[in-house]
Design a protein around this ligand. Sequence first.
Ligand code: DQQ
Length: 505
Amino acid sequence: MTHDLTLPSGTPTAEGLAERALRDPHRPRFHFTSPGGWLNDPNGLTHWNGVYHLFYQYNPLAPAHHRIHWGHATSTDLVHWTDEPVALVPGTDGPDRDGCWSGVLVDDGGVPTLVYSGRHGDRELPCMARGSADLRDWTKDRANPVITAPPEGVDTAAFRDHCVWREGGVWRQLVGSGIRGVGGTAFLYESDDLLTWRYVGPLLTGDAARNRGELDWTGTMWECVDLFGIGDGTDVLVFSAWDEGTTHHPLYWTGRYQGDTYTPTALHRLDYGGRYFYAPQSTRDEHGRRIMFGWLQEGRTDEANARAGWCGAMSLPRVVTLGTDGRLHQAPVPELAVLRRERVEVAAGPLTEPYTRLHAVRGDQLDIETTLRLAPGATARLAVRETPDGAERTVVEVFRGHDGVCGTLRLHREASSLDPTVDTEPRYGELPLDDDGRVDLRVLVDHSALEIFANGRPLAARIYPTRPDEAVGVGISVVGDVALERFDAWQMASAFAEGPRPLWP
Ligand code: DQQ
């Protein structure tokens, strides 16, 4: 994403955005989207007195990244969302007059408090706002910005996004940034009152020169850093690796946070979809679960987004745990099951046909859960959103290497759309397998939003069939020895009521 502050030509006015959005066949129905206009990062995630609050980067005036507000929605089940009044509006003057960029919510002795990035020109500086008890009304602090400049030598336009926590009687904060010629970084600060911050130093700095261009390249700047402890003694540092125009992908370090430093043990990709699961943020909910959302960016042109009247979806909320392999394991929250309607079951057994169209399973709102067992060298492919003539189809592929241990999860989008202007690049990543070659695969199809979980590894993407009404088929093809142990599919109900949602409730 470029941070251009002008609207693309031809952008419609706010009028009618929600109606346009409603008519768009590509708009998800059980992933959270804004009522209309633009949505990007999840912000201020919290579970507050039994209510989940999802704030998000929002432009209610146009489907373009311009003068970003904080949208707000609440839920008691992480599935059905109520639109709340816009939480933060860019100031008419002051440090956030060009946008209220990403940030977090903390509980300051019972007072909900936002720490976010104010944008003015190309300056990004930390700001804060105090909330009412119901988290609906927010008052910006008169002292904003609460940090008046980045550490010396750091670009003012690369100093944003926050992770704030309480530790040993003080507040600590990370601000995402980059050190020119060195790499992305997270600067550590400390405060007694969230207002006056002492700079401690970089918690960890990447190496922008190494593996440039690789899928795990750490970029020149780290956006949306998120530090949390998980499992027994592992600290995870999530960040979105960024480089102007070329790199947007979420990564995480596993390692140990101690004192003022973070000692990494390993670097991993957070989601194989790359930019399609960007700028994630997580919170520990009142049940003790680590819940994470990411921004599912669009894969179509700015003009197509403008015509659609909306832009950007939130991922499904995910439960994140630490796997026995020391990596993060991700799954959609179990609450989603309330949207499951008719179930179709496919009989278990060896898959002998090279291709089987599953006629009973059809739709553009589906939840598919299957367990496959692959012999070494075998491949299984699940096609979704397939037209009857097969001209459009999106294929989820799992492959077990000949050595039996290594596998690959791959998403083929080359035929996902006949529209040459949409992104159809494939996506792939490593698939962990046990000795039996078992693959637990979950595929959630929600119009243009697709989320795949294979043995706990996620891959999010967007797809835009040109014949959306016909692209509802599902099929399986195999090469080699593949057994189907289980296959269940559900039609998914919509999580939103019919009718346009007010852009500014
Ligand atoms: N989006 C926000 C920034 C953040 C970026 C601006 C990540 O705060 O760095 O809308 O997508």
